[in-house]
Design a protein around this ligand. Structure first.
Ligand code: 6YU
Length: 497
């Protein structure tokens, strides 16, 4: 039998698959990936649609440039369009925000002037940049990004004439709702200000995968032996710091217990489940439970929901050159606390629509993002209810009461997915980048014992949390931790016997 250490990886999202791949190419042969669902990819999930794909989870490579490992691999595997590979594209220094060509409609069916849009967008971008650059020394740990921006708005408001102030406020409200989608949170008031600048944007014009984001996971996986990943294998409890006998009569420190009763012994386990899942399991997922500082990191870090509502139309009713359509609710203001009636008002949280690329393959599709509690409420509605709300919304904003409804609607329900429980992490008020590092720390973290349980996944990357490249790097990091920590010569020689 091969004598390399037995490693179990919990979860076959991109971080899990990458960790398995890294270990495999370094000689590890006793590898098992246990995946609760029937597929790999986790929050990378592409759906075949028409002659192309739509993305239910991750959509863009954020900052496709040479230092982005997702971009590196995708280009190496030839998974991208030629435009995405040009030098101009890689150097483009967008701030990851609204593309220039956008149209803004109000709920009264009016268009907002481009001048106002440009003016307010510029102000907002500057404030957002400032919020990423507040000096740590002067920053109150209780302050939020939302609070910071609202203070800037309140200061500026005094300079605005009454004729346009309301529209400006309504537009800013939409920008903040959009920001909630980017940060994956119900409100920017939940996102901590002091560590906000630690999140790092890479240069490059965000791009998509013509063959679906999942094509990347499929490629990485293809280097692994077929039986490495076991599907529909939900891990229930990870017993560590123990002494468990394997079928080879050896004693292992870890035993992984699955929902179906199966047990696996291991020298090491890499946990890649989402922070949402960890929060829900509280202390029960590991036995003995995690040390207090790790349990607190799980509790304190933020994990919110964003969902997509994707609609196909027979004919586009939008300008084909436009990439986004922004929605502006007259009367809404970031400075006012409005009491909301969920049933009636949930759609007001939608900041706008993206026009999906490659209509020649997938047809004329719009994708709305929606964050937070309204997004979770949407998950409780039926497809028909969502469709009729969206039709009414579009009729109101275009001012066309006869606008045909979408011919097909697909929406995600990331908060209801039992093995995700939301979309992605943020550094919430009450937590800091140190919590991200604590979450990433392996256990046991004392003495000379080798690490038994290691942690990867999007939420464990201090500067790239919430992204696929952060998840990918975290999987590599934990694989390397084992590779570097292990006296490989021992088992690599024996393994040839
Ligand atoms: C990106 C993007 N993107 C949209 C939406 C979502 C996300 N992201 P996984 O969960 O994938 O894997 C864990 C596996 O474990 C999974 O398969 C489970 O089934 C399994 N599991 C769980 N419990 C188990 C158990 N008990 N037993 C066994 N198995 C179990 N990222 O790069 N570009 O456009 C988007 C977007 C709707 C939901 C995204 C995007 C996030 C990524 O999808 C995500 O980070 C990774 O896929 C996670 O991989 P993983 O391996 O860690 O976990 C300034 C500022 C700061 C704010 N951030 C700005 C960045 C904005 C992020 N972008 C989002 C935008 C979209 C549209």
């Amino acid at each position: 039998a091969h004598r390399s250490p037995a490693v179990i990886i919990v979860g076959s999202g991109i971080s899990g698959v990458v960790a398995a791949h890294r270990l495999y190419i370094n000689g590890y042969r006793r590898l098992r990936v246990l995946e609760a669902t029937g597929r790999s990819g986790g929050r990378i999930r592409s759906l075949a649609y028409g002659k192309g794909f739509i993305e239910l989870g991750a959509q863009w490579i954020h900052g496709p440039s040479p230092n982005n490992p997702v971009y590196q691999l995708a280009s190496q595997y030839s998974l991208l369009d030629p435009e995405a590979l040009t030098k101009e594209n890689q150097e483009e220094d967008g701030d990851g925000h609204l593309p220039l060509c956008s149209i803004s409609h109000t709920n009264a069916g009016k268009r907002i002037s481009q001048a106002l849009v440009a003016n307010i967008t510029e102000l907002y971008s500057a404030w957002l940049k400032q919020s990423q650059n507040v000096s740590k020394e002067e920053c109150d740990p209780k302050s939020s990004v939302g609070g910071f921006i609202k203070q800037k708005i309140a200061e500026k408001l005094t300079e605005w004439d009454t004729a346009t102030a309301d529209t400006k406020l309504a537009f800013l409200n939409g920008l903040l709702n959009h920001e909630c989608c980017i940060s994956g949170t119900h409100s920017m008031d939940y996102v901590a200000l002091c560590p906000y600048g630690e999140y790092t944007l890479l240069p490059g014009l965000d791009c998509t995968f013509p063959g679906g984001f999942e094509s990347l996971v499929t490629q990485i996986k293809s280097a692994l032996p077929n039986d490495t990943i076991l599907f529909n294998k939900t891990v229930k409890t990870i017993h560590w710091n123990g002494a468990f006998q394997g079928s080879d009569a050896r004693i292992y420190p870890v035993q992984v217990q699955c929902e179906d009763g199966d047990m696996f012994v291991a020298d090491h386990v890499i946990v890649t489940v989402s922070l949402g899942f960890l929060k829900e399991q509280a202390s029960g997922f590991l036995s003995p439970p995690l040390p207090v500082h790790k349990a607190q990191a799980i509790q304190n870090l933020g994990f919110g929901t964003i969902n997509k509502i994707i609609m196909e139309f027979k004919e586009p009713f939008w300008d084909p050159d436009c990439i986004t359509i922004q929605l502006v609710w007259e009367g809404e203001s970031p400075l006012a606390q409005s009491k909301i009636n969920m049933k009636q008002d949930w759609v007001k949280k939608i900041p706008g629509f993206f026009v999906l690329e490659r209509p020649e393959k997938i047809g004329h599709l719009l994708c709305a993002f929606i964050a937070g509690q309204e997004s979770e409420y949407m998950e409780t509605l039926t497809d028909d209810e969502v469709l009729s709300s969206m039709t009414a919304l579009l009729r109101q904003f275009t001012g066309n009461p006869n606008l045909p409804p979408p011919i097909r609607l697909i929406r995600t329900r990331w908060s209801s997915e039992p093995y995700t429980r939301g979309s992605y992490s943020h550094v919430a008020v009450g937590s800091s980048g140190k919590d991200v590092d604590n979450l990433a720390e392996p256990v046991p973290n004392y003495g000379a014992k080798p690490f038994q349980v290691l942690f990867a996944g999007e939420a464990t990357h201090r500067t790239f949390y919430s992204t696929t490249h952060g998840a990918l790097l975290s999987g590599r990091r934990e694989a390397e931790r084992l590779i570097k920590g292990e006296n490989q010569e021992n088992w690599q020689e024996k393994s040839t016997i």
